[in-house]
Design a protein around this ligand. Structure first.
Ligand SMILES: [Fe+2]
Length: 248
C-alpha cells in the first residue's frame, strides 16, 4: 500500500469519531479477509475538505482564517479568530494524547483527553468547513435522505435547531453507518454520549464560546439563525455522498 492510501484511510477513519467498527473494516483488507472498502480511501483522497487531515505522523490544523476575513459571515472576526485558536489547540492536544497513548502512557486522563481532543478537533473541522457565504443547496440524494428520515427538510432542520437549544455542546446531523439513515443528535460536550457507528456530516457548535462574544449570553437563538444562513450545503452533500458509497 502506498503512503498516500495509508494516509487517506487513516484520515477517513479518524473522521468517524468512534472508530471501533471502522478499524475492523480497515483491518480486514491487509489480511485479505472480508470485503475491502477501497472506495472509502478514494473518496477521502479526492477531497480532503471533507474531514480532518492526517499527514502520516500527526493531524494537521486546516487554515480557516478566511472565515475571520469574511465580512458577510455574520460572525465577528474577533470571535471567529478566538474560536479558531481553540480548534488549533485541540489539534495540538490530540497529537500529544495519541503520542502518549502509543508510548504506553495509558491513564484515565489520557484516554478521556484523547476522546475529548480528537472529537474537539474533528467536530470543529466539520463546523468551520460547513461555513460559507456562497449560495448552496442540498443535493438530490441528501434531500431525499432527509425527507425519508424526517418527512421534510423543514422538520429535519427544526429538529436540529431544537436539539441545539437543549445542549451546551453540539447539535449534529450524522449518517448511521449501521443502517444508512440520517439522524440528528446532540451532545453536552465534545465526547459525552457520543454514539458508535455515527458519522457526522454537519456540526453546529453551541458552546458559549461560539456565540457569546457577539450575541451575548442570551443570544444563542440569534446565533443559530445566523449559522443557518451560512451552511455550506454543497460540502454537507459531498460528505453524505462519500459516505453512502459504501452502501452502493
Ligand atoms: Fe467550539
Amino acid at each position: 500500500m502506498d503512503e498516500t492510501k495509508k494516509i487517506d484511510r487513516r484520515t477517513f477513519l479518524t473522521g468517524l469519531g468512534v472508530t471501533a467498527a471502522a478499524f475492523g473494516l480497515n483491518a480486514c483488507c491487509p489480511m485479505g479477509i472480508g470485503t475491502c472498502h477501497n472506495k472509502l480511501d478514494l473518496v477521502h483522497g479526492n477531497d480532503q475538505s471533507l474531514y480532518p487531515i492526517y499527514d502520516g505522523e500527526k493531524y494537521v490544523a486546516k487554515d480557516f482564517s478566511y472565515l475571520s476575513q469574511n465580512d458577510k459571515l455574520g460572525l465577528s472576526p474577533a470571535m471567529v479568530s478566538h474560536h479558531l485558536g481553540l480548534y488549533k489547540k485541540y489539534v495540538d492536544k490530540v497529537n500529544q494524547s495519541e503520542a502518549e497513548m502509543r508510548a504506553g502512557n495509558i491513564t484515565e486522563f489520557g484516554m478521556k483527553n484523547l476522546a475529548f481532543s480528537l472529537n474537539g478537533m474533528a467536530l470543529h473541522d466539520i463546523y468551520f468547513s460547513n461555513m460559507s457565504t456562497e449560495q448552496s443547496s442540498a443535493s438530490k440524494a441528501l434531500s431525499k435522505a432527509i425527507e425519508e428520515s424526517y418527512g421534510s427538510f423543514d422538520s429535519y432542520y427544526r429538529n436540529l435547531t431544537e436539539l441545539a437549544g437543549q445542549v451546551t455542546g453540539w447539535s449534529i446531523t450524522a449518517l448511521n453507518l449501521l443502517n444508512g439513515k440520517l439522524i440528528n443528535y446532540a451532545t453536552a460536550d465534545h465526547s459525552a454520549n457520543f454514539p458508535a457507528f455515527i458519522m457526522p456530516i454537519l456540526a453546529l457548535d453551541v458552546y458559549a464560546h461560539a456565540y457569546e462574544m457577539d450575541f451575548g449570553a442570551d443570544g444563542k437563538e440569534n446565533y443559530i439563525n445566523v449559522f443557518g444562513e451560512i451552511i455550506n450545503w454543497d460540502l454537507v452533500s459531498r460528505r453524505y455522498d462519500a459516505l453512502m458509497m459504501q452502501f452502493n
